[in-house]
Ligand binder design. Structure first.
Ligand code: BG6
Length: 472
């Protein structure tokens, strides 16, 4: 639909940006922090750094937050490292971990920046992983205990909570993300059991949040990307339907309606990986109601009919945003109408609008975008200049589509792209940069880690100051 006039961004729109603890903080074993599954990895992809120092945000958060304030952020989405709060995941509380995030939240509030807290972003405590991680039902209780501590410690100041970041990507692409336990005997079966346990843990956290903090709002944070059929061939359309169900709606249907998506359940039955559902689980899942949906969007995806000749899985990319495939279900396909970024991810701003509309039509809950952005090999030029015009273009085109979606009637209350500041990519090192602020380090040379405002920093600052009016 083309409009004569576009709706304005709401007055209280939460402009901001995002990070996650293990990708930005560093200080991986300081002040009593326990190791997470990310710290315990035996190796990292060749040529890429580990996460020990990252962007050293743990020591420089004040300087970083001052820069966020300079950009005019209304909100900042960050995650709390479970292993700083409870080093072994289920036992004693680490007071220094509690204090760190308390100081960080106070620093944000000092500038009037709304904290949006992700409770768990890929970094499960390794002590829990050693006991089976999410395969073990006890991890549900550990998460509930952790949630209670977060609500008690920060509930007086944090109004927006996100449960689990990209649970769907951990299930579908855990190996690229470094969250998959390589020792699982029957990975698919166990992963869907883990998925069920995470869904129950999420529901418990939502209920607890509502009981303890009636004024707060809480929601899930999956990665949602609309799947296009590669053609109008009915079999391609059906394949896209399959993949949409497995990748997207399985997660949101459960979070919002408390029921397994029908197609996703049929898929799990066919693949012999339906989870064991304990007595009472469905009651918990049905009774937990999120206040909003947060979602991450980088790219759309395209699917065609499975060829079912053994070659669908071979088409799988090794990455959370590349086209995948599965025998008898769908085959990943590339979209000839879209350009790709330097890492092969297709760039699709219009698909973003369609995704916003589809999520809102299905669930009728307010939406916030908690990730969106462009990874690129930024170059630091003489005079501390970073000309990241490509990032400005990407963000601008996507934000325009949010405005169109708002005009379509979609209730969007915030935009928090990835990432506030340069940090370490999940599996492609620190040379793949996303931030508005450049961090001066290389993969293996920490240099001085100084902060440098990129061109996109100034552009975003103006955009926020005008509440989106400088888009054109
Ligand atoms: C999302 C994750 O999948 O994509 C982030 O929630 C991640 O943690 C982001 O960093 C970008 O992906 P990558 O692989 O380039 O770091």
């Amino acid at each position: 639909m083309k409009y004569k006039t576009l709706a304005q961004f709401p007055e209280e729109f939460l402009w901001g940006a995002s990070t996650s603890a293990y990708q930005v903080e560093g200080a991986w074993d300081e002040d009593g922090k326990g190791p997470s599954v990310i710290d315990a990895r035996e190796s990292y992809p060749e040529g890429t750094t580990d996460f020990k120092v990252a962007s050293d945000h743990y020591h420089r958060y004040k300087e970083d937050i001052a820069l966020f304030a300079e950009m005019g952020f209304k909100a900042y989405r960050f995650s709390i490292a479970w292993t700083r709060i409870i080093p072994d995941g289920g036992g004693d509380i680490n007071p220094k971990g509690i204090e760190f995030y308390s100081r960080l939240i106070d620093e944000l509030l000092k500038y009037g920046i709304e904290p949006i807290v992700t409770m768990y972003h890929f970094d499960l405590p390794n002590a829990l992983q050693k006991k089976g991680g999410w395969s073990d039902r006890a991890t549900i209780d550990a998460f509930e205990k952790y949630a209670r501590i977060l609500f008690e410690s920060y509930g007086d100041r944090v109004k927006y909570w996100l449960t689990i970041n990209e649970q769907n990507m951990m299930i579908l692409h855990g190996s690229a993300l470094g969250t998959l336990d390589p020792n699982l005997e029957n990975p698919k079966k166990e992963l869907y059991q883990q998925n069920h346990h995470m869904l129950v843990a999420q529901a418990k956290a939502i209920k607890l949040c509502h009981e303890m903090l009636p004024e707060a709002k809480i929601g899930p944070a999956p990665n949602i990307a609309l799947i296009y059929p590669a053609s109008s061939k009915p079999e391609d359309v059906l394949a896209a339907f399959n993949y949409n169900a497995i990748r997207n709606w399985l997660y949101l249907d459960m979070a919002v309606f408390g029921r397994y998506n029908t197609t996703a359940w049929a898929y799990m039955k066919e693949k012999d990986c339906t989870p064991v559902i304990a007595e009472g689980d469905m009651d918990i899942l049905r009774s937990a109601k999120p206040d909003f949906i947060a979602f991450n969007y980088y790219t759309s995806q395209t699917a065609e009919a499975s060829r079912d000749d053994g070659s669908d899985t071979a088409a799988r990319g090794g990455d959370q945003h590349l086209q995948t495939g599965e025998e008898g279900v769908y085959r990943g396909s590339s979209n000839p109408h879209l350009k790709k970024n330097a890492f092969g991810w297709e760039i699709d701003p219009v698909g973003f609008r369609s995704t916003l509309r589809e999520i809102y039509d299905r669930y009728q809950l307010p939406l916030i975008i908690t990730e969106n952005g462009l990874g690129a090999f930024d170059q630091l030029e003489d005079g501390d200049v970073v000309n990241d015009d490509y990032r400005i273009d990407y963000l601008k085109e996507h934000i325009k589509q949010i405005q169109l979606a708002i005009t379509d009637g979609v209730d969007v209350f915030g935009y928090s792209p990835w990432s506030a500041i340069d940090l370490i990519s999940t599996h492609q090192g620190c040379s793949k940069r996303y931030g508005f602020i450049y961090v001066n380090r290389d993969e293996f040379d920490l240099k001085d880690l100084r902060r440098i405002r990129k061109k996109s920093f100034y552009w975003y600052k103006d955009l926020i100051a005008s509440n989106g009016e400088t888009l054109d």
